[in-house]
Write a protein that binds this ligand. Structure first.
Ligand code: NAG
Ligand code: NAG
Ligand code: NAG
Ligand code: NAG
Ligand code: NAG
Ligand code: NAG
Ligand code: NAG
Ligand code: NAG
Ligand code: NAG
Ligand code: MG
Length: 700
């Protein structure tokens, strides 16, 4: 018995101390508590990564938007010094991803070979702590990664939210496969990366065949067949001396990412890990304790519950900001009111950034992380509407695209909803276009902003799992990030006004001049009415003026009519913003104007889709030679003579006359409208309104 025990101890010691040599090592847990070990083989950690007492490597916990790195402390030689060809390597490791909310992982982890251990400048969220938006795809990165990705990012062409991918200097995988493994009899079985269970992964690179294989299994036995194979010569990616390790990140949704053990070998196949001898995950374990313990534990839990609920009610009386059951089902981070109050210094007027479409927007800095945020405060009279809307925050929060303003979280307090967004240092686009702009945007900047907004809108319409109709595209809702990229804000918010209202009188939300004419007839926002508003935006950006300019000459009152008149007489360059001083790319400018006219067509079917718009803007497809008059349809019906400002005036009246009760008109906000002529309107309509629906046809 004693002998057995000491044998076991020796064995355990052997396991917990990494066997180290120049190009191979094995960690069964990452503890380095043995005093007799002189090897410098503690992992180098940075970001949120830490090693727990039992030797478990925790790359991230469920804190939002953090990254964690863990690298082997000394670099490995990855190239044959005579031929400069990359060498073979083999590695396997055991990991577990425990999401904060079941089935909603964020974001994943990656086995990484990198020239540095710090990966400076790398970002969390979809970048997995590996890269950032500006160095994406650059061959000077020298980053090779095998990602275990639990969020589907369309930006990088992810196939689903549970995949393994091979990434070279970029987060767009060169090859990826849904997570799965092969049983011993070669049957393929699905595997859920974010199940919270331990998974072993094997990555083998054979430099003679340039073949990289990835295998997965929930057991200790290495499957015969890989689930992902890729032929690649890593000689160009890897440098002579490289670090190996792991990188992981969380975003708006978060998982704890753990690694339990790791073996690595440059001179042969890496030894597989025996999962049973690795450190175990924290959390609920199987309860084998006698009943009596169970009873005392449950009475303790009961007392705790009593205490907690007493605390709960005291708090409820003191401050009506308690989490209600329905709020717990929601994915994105729920901030506490105190946290946001502190961040915005008590919602001081000094921190006011402006009035957004639905409420006041404050600048804030989150304590702890020092992240700058914008907090939008929306008051809503109907609790029912608020409740339904909050249930949608989960899905809005999952929208991510580099041309959308990212929603970071939310908070509800009585009838107020607080939405926390990424801070956009340069504010909204309208401030740079109309009246006395802060500064004049160059043509290149304008064109880039247009293309960005188009790709953000395409994502909302076509690339996400649901079609999202924005409903309020306008310059005031385009925000500029630190690199002067255009990002759409306020998406999804129009729905707030729909919820909780009488179903027989739904309301049209939008801004005059951007509202597609059919909206007043059908009351039903569609992707095509968004395209109409986008057309108005295009013309605004080129011409540097609003779609409806009350101060302008009568024939210039309606922007699109004025542009069309100039187009007809072939004087199209006259409409371009004079503040550009003639410095613009004529070909691109004509493309934008032409596209603006096409999008402004009164007939929804005549407008291009956002996918076509993006293709035109990217120059992939040439625009049609002939552009039909935006009001051709109305002309046919004899509504107007097809000319000039008359149509505009009539159009404006249409809006008023199509409603039996014009008292429905009300200002949504005193916002941008107050001083600068935007008129936000909200109009009643009696037709049923259905906005988004699963597309189903794309097979997701
Ligand atoms: C490794 O980490 C342990 C615990 O943090 C520390 O006591 C030890 O000195 C470290 N060893 C080296 C070589 O850095
Ligand atoms: C994550 O870890 C950090 C420090 O390592 C800690 O401050 C934070 O509270 C942890 N967060 C959660 C959600 O456990
Ligand atoms: C490097 O390549 C040469 C030629 O193929 C070979 O002879 C040598 O053994 C290789 N060295 C290493 C360290 O693999
Ligand atoms: C290998 O790379 C080194 C340094 O980059 C260079 O000096 C050497 O000429 C290269 N050798 C071959 C065979 O390409
Ligand atoms: C992106 O990362 C690179 C290093 O890979 C760094 O030099 C650069 O400053 C980073 N860019 C941003 C915007 O953080
Ligand atoms: C790639 O990165 C290098 C160094 O960071 C930079 O000089 C170069 O412009 C980048 N190339 C591209 C295409 O972004
Ligand atoms: C892998 O993808 C990157 C970026 O998507 C690309 O630049 C590179 O050429 C690809 N490499 C291979 C070997 O396909
Ligand atoms: C392989 O084994 C699994 C269970 O071990 C079984 O469900 C499956 O039917 C087997 N497949 C074949 C082709 O034998
Ligand atoms: C590395 O490969 C060699 C040769 O196959 C083997 O003897 C050794 O045990 C392996 N080491 C590890 C840590 O996997
Ligand atoms: Mg991916």
């Amino acid at each position: 018995m004693e002998e057995k025990l000491s044998l076991f101890l020796v064995f355990a010691l052997f396991l917990s101390n990494p066997v180290f040599s120049v190009d191979e090592f094995i960690f069964n847990g990452f503890n380095d508590d043995a005093s007799n070990n002189n090897n410098n083989n503690n992992l180098s950690l940075n970001g949120a990564a830490e090693i727990e007492h039992n030797g478990l490597l925790k790359l991230t916990n469920t804190t939002l938007r953090v990254l964690g790195h863990a690298f082997y402390p000394s670099p490995n030689k990855f190239k044959n010094s005579t031929t400069n060809k990359s060498l073979s390597f083999s590695t396997c490791f055991a990991f577990a991803i425990v999401p904060e909310y079941a089935e909603l992982g964020g974001h994943g982890l990656a086995f990484t070979i990198s020239a540095t251990k710090e990966l400076l400048g790398a970002l969390p969220s979809q970048y997995l702590g590996l890269l950032n938006a500006s160095d994406m795809g650059n061959f000077t990165n020298h980053i090779f990664a095998v990602e275990f990705d639990t969020v589907q990012d369309f930006e990088f062409g992810d196939i689903n939210d549970n995949h393994v991918g091979i990434n070279i200097n970029s987060l767009s995988s060169n090859k990826s496969a849904p997570a799965a493994y092969f049983l011993q009899n070669s049957t393929k079985a699905a595997l859920n990366l974010k199940s919270g269970n331990v998974i072993q992964a094997w990555i083998d690179y054979d430099s003679t065949n340039n073949q990289l294989d990835v295998r997965l299994s929930p057991s200790s036995i290495k499957p015969r067949s890989p689930i992902l194979s890729f032929v690649v010569d890593l000689s160009l990616v890897l440098e002579d001396s490289m670090y190996v390790g792991f990188s992981s990140s969380t975003g708006l949704l978060a998982s704890s990412h753990y690694v339990m053990g790791w073996s690595f070998n440059m001179s042969g196949e890496a030894e597989s890990l025996s999962l049973s001898s690795l450190p175990s995950l924290p959390g609920p374990k199987k309860n084998h304790t006698p009943l009596i313990v169970g009873v005392s534990v449950s009475s303790f839990v009961f007392m705790l519950l009593v205490a907690v609920s007493a605390f709960y009610f005291i708090r409820k009386i003191k401050n009506a900001d308690v989490i209600e059951a329905w709020e717990l089902d929601v994915g994105p981070h729920r901030f506490s009111y105190q946290e946001l109050k502190k961040a915005t210094r008590g919602f001081r007027d000094k921190e006011l950034l402006g009035f957004g479409g639905f409420g006041k927007v404050y600048k804030g800095t989150l304590a702890g992380t020092n992240t700058r945020v914008a907090v939008k405060r929306i008051s809503h009279e109907s609790k029912q509407g608020l409740r339904e809307f909050v249930s949608e925050i989960a899905s809005i929060g999952r929208l991510r695209h580099r041309n959308l303003v990212q929603l970071l979280g939310w908070c509800r307090r009585r009838g107020d909803l607080l939405l926390v967004y990424d801070f956009m240092p340069y504010g909204s686009l309208d401030k740079y276009l109309f009246d006395e702009p802060k500064s004049i945007l160059s043509w290149e900047e304008r064109f880039r902003i247009i293309k960005g907004v188009a790709s953000g809108l395409l994502y909302l319409h076509d690339e996400w799992e649901q079609t999202v109709v924005h409903r309020d595209i306008k310059a005031g809702n385009v925000l500029l990030d630190c690199e002067m990229n255009g990002r759409l804000g306020d998406f999804g918010l129009a729905k707030l006004h729909e919820h909780g209202t009488n179903p027989s009188t739904t309301r049209v939300v939008g801004t005059l001049g951007y509202l597609a004419p059919e909206l007043t007839r059908t009351g039903k926002p569609t992707t095509s009415s968004d395209v109409f508003a986008f057309g108005a935006l295009l013309l605004e950006v080129v011409c540097g003026r609003r779609p409806i300019e009350p101060k302008a000459l009568p024939e210039e009152f309606i922007l699109v009519d004025w542009v069309w008149d100039k187009w007809k007489v072939g004087a199209i360059l006259d409409v371009i913003d004079p503040r550009l001083n003639g410095e613009f790319d004529e070909i691109d400018a004509v493309v934008v104007i032409k596209l603006g006219l096409m999008c402004s067509n009164n007939v929804p079917e005549e407008r291009p889709t956002m996918r076509q718009v993006v293709r035109y803007l990217e120059g992939e497809v040439a625009l049609p030679e002939v552009v039909t008059s935006p009001d051709a349809y109305d002309s046919k019906k004899g509504n107007t003579s097809g000319g000039g400002g008359g149509r505009g005036g009539l159009q404006f009246e249409d809006y008023v006359h199509s409603y039996p009760n014009s008292s429905y008109f009300e200002k949504v906000s005193n916002s941008s409208s107050a001083g600068d002529g935007d008129v936000d309107i909200e109009a009643g309509s009696t037709s049923p309104l259905s906005v988004s629906g699963s597309r189903g046809s794309n097979g997701r």
